[in-house]
Ligand binder design. Sequence first.
Ligand code: ADE
Length: 262
Amino acid sequence: MWTSVKRTLQRARRQMKFDIVTIFPSMIQAGLAEGVVSRGVERGLLNIAVHDLRRWTTDRHRTVDDVPYGGGPGMVMKAEPLVRAVEDVRAARGAPDSVVLLSPQGRTFTQAEAGRLAGVGHVVLLCGRYEGMDERVREMVATEEISIGDYVLSGGELAALVIVDAVSRLVPGVVGDEQSVAQDSFARGLLDYPHYTRPAEIAGYRVPDVLLSGHHADVRRWRRKAALVRTLDRRPDLIATAALDDEERALLDEIRRERSRS
Ligand code: ADE
């Protein structure tokens, strides 16, 4: 009875749709086969379709690239197969809210961007390969361009997997424990505090006493302070934009006072 009620509730929840266009569909399938995303698919919260770009080629060799106009090294992905792919996805799966071109030239993907995409219903991800894509893909079908960081991958496939993972975690119900998602450090713009599990000591390396104390308020305060210490040490740039509450601002002052003394 309870399971069927739960299933009905899950079905009533909004489903997020992804369409991924790639010349390496098996690479994407492998990346989606396990973990949180695959469970989200099983529960009907995520609907992910992977499309082989070669399906939209028209020549005998199923060509997806060609030499660049103007000369130079490398190959360029042809525009027509990608444009046709987006048109067919639109016809078969409905009009997407966003058509994302993955490339190092895009806006940098962040937790805030993941949150924005989790708020829309249907995202198409176009994976580039070779030296780049014919610029007309951007002009004709892409609505945005995203990079997952300032480095060059051999293609957009890993970037697409990163985006699907980070966005899916934010779709209600995909991660079982909603609280853990809300408390994710980056959700609040800070790094995470250190975690420990049993045993309490390994070769002299001890778990901090406060975590064994059973004092919930002390544990909470220790964790909040530890997250701030880490962020201050490793990513001071994040402190300026983090959404700190009064307690965290007070803890930050405390850390700074302690440091100026030593
Ligand atoms: N394709 C190649 N490099 C990339 C990057 N950094 N982000 C997204 N797509 C890419």
